[in-house]
Design a protein around this ligand. Structure first.
Ligand SMILES: N[C@@H](CCC(=O)N[C@@H](CS)C(=O)NCC(=O)O)C(=O)O
Length: 216
């Protein structure tokens, strides 16, 4: 049964969309445009009661959370090698980095972009955004250090789930006060990954024209 991905251009669905393209598996991409509120429509809420993207339908069951979906796809398609094998030397760094991206960087991004929407208390949004910016800056310090001395990808010498997630998150910084391109190792990593045919294809399919090589 083909996968069905519910996505919005450039949103948290982008990493999953990219991995599906890289895997070369059969899937259908269905647009849920969050800019016009389609995530709140009853049909979509039945698939994802949180009203967020992505949702990936796997064997008829709607599944959620971008990082979890990447790990699930890696497990279902082990031959692609998008996650280090269980017991391998790189497995611990893969766990650490996936969890770091999922429980430190993604929530800080949510706070940055949705401080006004998610908070029920009025007036605190600026403080929330300031803390988010600080957390993001510290995260880029850490990932920049992790990339030092590595010629290719974040884990080992192979593209994988961590890269799909990390590049999507770095893309979201393009209009923030401190874009990820301001860190030297991140900048060359970004240039390298943006040159991948699958990333170019992903942007074309989602209709995205910003943050492509050769621009910043
Ligand atoms: N932790 C979730 C975050 C999902 C999320 O916040 N998605 C945003 C787009 S980047 C969304 O659907 N926003 C629409 C809304 O909250 O109304 C994940 O990684 O899948």
């Amino acid at each position: 049964m083909p996968y069905v991905l519910y996505y919005s251009p450039g949103a948290a669905s982008m990493a999953v969309h990219w991995m599906l393209i890289e895997l070369g598996v059969a899937f259908e991409a269905r647009l849920v445009d969050i800019n016009i509120g389609q995530q709140h429509e009853p049909d979509y809420l039945r698939l994802n009661p949180t009203g967020r993207v992505p949702t990936l339908v796997v064997d008829g069951v709607p599944r959620h959370e971008s990082a979890a979906l990447l790990m699930l796809l890696a497990e279902r398609h082990p031959d692609a090698g998008f996650a280090p094998a269980a017991g391998s030397a790189e497995r611990a760094e893969w766990f650490e980095t996936m969890i770091f991206l999922a429980n430190t960087v993604l929530p800080a991004m949510r706070d940055w972009f949705y401080a006004d929407v998610d908070s029920e208390a009025a007036g605190g949004a600026e403080a929330v955004r300031a803390l988010a910016a600080q957390r993001l800056s510290q995260a880029w310090d850490r990932l920049d250090a992790q990339l030092a001395g590595k010629p290719g990808y974040l884990i080992g010498d192979k593209l994988g789930t961590v890269d799909f997630l990390a590049l999507m998150l770095m893309r979201w910084t393009r209009n923030q006060p401190r874009p990820a391109t301001g860190w030297p190792h991140l900048a060359s990593y970004i240039q390298r990954l943006r040159a991948l045919p699958s990333f170019i294809e992903l942007n074309a399919r989602e209709g995205l024209t910003e943050w492509l090589n050769p621009n910043d």
